[in-house]
Design a protein around this ligand. Structure first.
Ligand SMILES: Nc1nc2c(ncn2[C@@H]2O[C@H](COP(=O)(O)OP(=O)(O)O)[C@@H](O)[C@H]2O)c(=O)[nH]1
Ligand SMILES: *[C@@H]1O[C@H](CO)[C@@H](O)[C@H](O)[C@H]1NC(C)=O
Ligand SMILES: *[C@@H]1O[C@H](CO)[C@@H](O)[C@H](O)[C@H]1NC(C)=O
Ligand SMILES: *[C@@H]1O[C@H](CO)[C@@H](O)[C@H](O)[C@H]1NC(C)=O
Ligand SMILES: *[C@@H]1O[C@H](CO)[C@@H](O)[C@H](O)[C@H]1NC(C)=O
Ligand SMILES: *[C@@H]1O[C@H](CO)[C@@H](O)[C@H](O)[C@H]1NC(C)=O
Length: 618
């Protein structure tokens, strides 16, 4: 995805050529923009489905079987999985780099080399209460059927060291705006300012942000989250003793259209600069620690992603070694976008060994979210109240997320179809029991005489289903069905939906309501989600769950749903190849050729995406 080039509507540079011959199109919201997405003709679709699924056919059969077995009868939790407690060398290396960065910052400026005192830390916790810091994991571990995500001591150690770096730098810098505007570099600290494309929903926002956060930790940068995207207003401060909140009213974020006087330089300029550095280096010139190579434009601040029209995710070059060597000399980088890109940090040769060492089973997003994206007390209070009132006493919990991305018209058109498919999916996969055919319809109807009624006062199990949707269609359909008829298994099934907003909005309150529902979905033992939706994707990642995708393709006659291939969310609309001309070992190769656990997202979900295949099914 070379900067400045028009790349067609999908924003996809390569690796997707099989879709180019399609006809027909449909409009979809991405990054708050109405975008035309090519719709596949049936023939092309069939071929694509064969291609995409062929490889997975066997593993899917295995997964489906596993799925069936966890439905009703599996005994509660296996014991927690064991992690390697020896810190792997690549993780140790990162920890040492973070410590070095902290030492440099400590030594800068005034003689104050003390880290925070106990008193100060206590005062900080009083000012920044965060009940979910302890409570969130407890809620996940309470589930009876979902597989437990074990603690990750290596990741926790990294975070502890990183917290010291964050704290030291924020204390040394003081006023970020002043420090930045005066091009002050005296602390030696480096920064990653993270933002989100306007009009992104909460799922997109949080997934974009954790992608940038992980980059910052890998490169020992201080994470600063812009208040413009509202995330700091409903998440906890994650680093005791400091703040990651960057006041967007004070701090000069990159302008939509860069100008010469802008302190930020845009990605096009760094690409030019990188090329110049490459030429200089090939001519035997030495790159000094200064990031101002001779004869090139230079800045202390680069925007990794363009802020305007195509600012959805970093360009392909970003994942090359040479690019990262350049960036290691740039004190300030800025990220924005609306696409989840964490999987691509695993394809970058410079980061892969570290990430593999930090995240066993490749459950990266789950651990990052649970340690750094904690709901604020206001959100947590709502989560806990709903949970206690409606859900807590269930024997088993199911979450269903039903999204009609194109709004009310799509809902009216597809509600019946989607309800039918969900009903079929949950029964077929033993997620919910089927109902007996009982009818109280007419006087002459004697059918109920033949039903054997269970006595619900005994040990009958209760399954609670949490539904998240902007509409009431599924709730009406399922609750009617399970009120009218007993289940064949004798289990009782109840449904809860806590909002029906009808349409999407972008206020803080709506984000907080969405966050509440995402967290409640993530407390499920089993989860059904809408393809392409990051709302459901975020719930699956928090929950450490391998969801079922509801089939949303209208004219598709296959199964009503399909089990996902991973806990991790799809990196939508991406290039699928390396573009690193100076690294012949990988240049122009498909990511999936080089990294075996990177695969295309399923056809039912998003064929233009790639995803990280976790080694963990739940
Ligand atoms: N409360 C609530 N809000 C929803 C629901 N579905 C969509 N929304 C709203 O629409 C936005 C959807 O954006 P996002 O979370 O990025 O999901 P995506 O667009 O499906 O990828 C959310 O932030 C909410 O504001 C829902 O089931 N419940
Ligand atoms: C640079 O920042 C440090 C730390 O905030 C401060 O002590 C120093 O005075 C600043 N230098 C300039 C030239 O502004
Ligand atoms: C930080 O510095 C900027 C620019 O000098 C100033 O406008 C702002 O008020 C300062 N912020 C605080 C919290 O002092
Ligand atoms: C940015 O520049 C483009 C043309 O390059 C122009 O169409 C657009 O209106 C500008 N946007 C702003 C916010 O100035
Ligand atoms: C390049 O820099 C390194 C250290 O930064 C130094 O050891 C080396 O001698 C330099 N090479 C040239 C050709 O200047
Ligand atoms: C559920 O039961 C009904 C009859 O009550 C039957 O028609 C239907 O096929 C069953 N569904 C599944 C998936 O077994």
């Amino acid at each position: 995805m070379a900067a400045g080039k028009s790349r067609g509507h999908s924003g996809v540079q390569n690796g997707n050529n099989q879709h180019q011959s399609s006809r027909g199109s449909t409009a979809t919201w991405i990054c708050g923009e109405m975008t035309q997405i090519k719709r596949l003709s049936t023939a092309v679709l069939a071929v694509a489905v064969l291609l995409v699924f062929g490889v997975y056919a066997w593993s899917l059969v295995v997964e489906q079987e596993f799925a069936t077995s966890i439905g009703v009868s599996t005994p509660p939790l296996e014991s927690a999985l064991k992690l390697p407690y020896d810190v792997p060398p690549a993780a140790r290396e990162l920890i040492e780099k973070i410590k070095d960065a902290t030492r440099i910052a400590m030594a800068s400026g005034s003689a104050d080399t003390e880290d925070i005192s106990e008193e100060e830390l206590k005062a900080w916790h009083r000012r920044n209460p965060c009940r979910s810091r302890k409570g969130l994991i407890e809620m996940y571990d309470r589930r009876r059927y979902a597989r437990k995500v074990p603690p990750n001591p290596v990741w926790e150690e990294v975070l502890q060291e990183y917290t010291k770096l964050h704290r030291t730098c924020t204390r040394k810098v003081g006023n970020f705006t002043e420090y930045f505007l005066s091009k002050n570099e005296s602390t030696g600290c480096r920064f990653a300012v993270t933002d989100v494309t306007p009009l992104s929903g909460l799922g997109n926002k949080i997934l974009v942000t954790i992608s940038s956060i992980m980059y910052a930790i890998l490169t020992q940068r201080v994470i600063l989250v812009s208040t413009k995207n509202l995330i700091p207003s409903y998440t906890c401060e994650p680093f005791p003793g400091s703040t990651w909140t960057l006041d967007a009213d004070q701090f000069p974020l990159p302008a939509v259209n860069f100008s010469a006087s802008d302190p930020w330089k845009e990605d096009k300029e760094y690409l030019k600069l990188i090329d110049q550095i490459g030429i200089d280096m090939s001519r035997g010139k030495n790159l000094t620690t200064s990031f101002s190579p001779p004869g090139s434009p230079a800045s202390i601040a680069y925007s990794v992603t363009a802020v305007g029209r195509w600012g959805w995710q970093p360009v392909a070059r970003f994942y090359c070694r040479s690019q990262q060597e350049f960036f290691s000399r740039v004190p300030w980088v800025y990220f924005t976008g609306c696409i989840y890109t964490l999987p691509k940090l695993f394809v970058a040769p410079i980061f892969r060994p570290t990430l593999e060492a930090l995240f066993p089973y490749r459950l990266a997003s789950t651990w990052i979210l649970r340690s750094l994206m904690l709901p604020s007390d206001a959100v947590w209070d709502r989560v806990r109240r709903i949970d206690r009132t409606y859900l807590q006493d269930a024997d088993r919990r199911v979450g269903i997320q039903v999204r009609f991305k194109d709004g009310e018209e799509m809902y009216r058109r597809m509600n019946d179809l989607v309800n039918e498919r969900i009903t079929d999916c949950v029964v077929r996969n033993n997620i919910l029991p089927n109902v007996s055919q009982v009818s109280w319809g007419t006087n002459s109807d004697q059918q109920q005489e033949h039903v054997e009624y269970n006595d619900p006062t005994t040990s009958t199990k209760v399954v609670k289903v949490f539904i998240a949707s902007l509409f009431s269609g599924l709730m009406d359909h399922l609750s009617k069905m399970y009120v009218q008829s007993p289940t064949v298994s004798g289990e009782n099934v109840g449904f809860v939906q806590i909002s029906q907003g009808q349409s999407q909005h972008w206020s803080r309150g709506e984000d907080m309501q969405a966050f509440t529902e995402i967290i409640l979905l993530s407390f499920s033992d089993q989860l059904l989600v809408t393809p392409v939706s990051t709302f459901g994707g975020l719930a699956e990642a928090y929950g450490g769950l391998t969801p079922w995708y509801i089939e949303y393709r209208e004219k598709y006659h296959g199964p009503s749903c399909q089990r996902a291939q991973t806990v991790d969310v799809c990196n939508q609309f991406t290039f699928k190849k390396y573009s690193c001309p100076r690294e012949p070992d990988i240049h122009d190769k498909l990511f999936s050729e080089v990294v075996p656990y990177i695969k295309n997202c399923l056809g039912i979900d998003h064929p233009k995406g790639i995803q990280l295949i976790s080694d963990f099914v739940s």
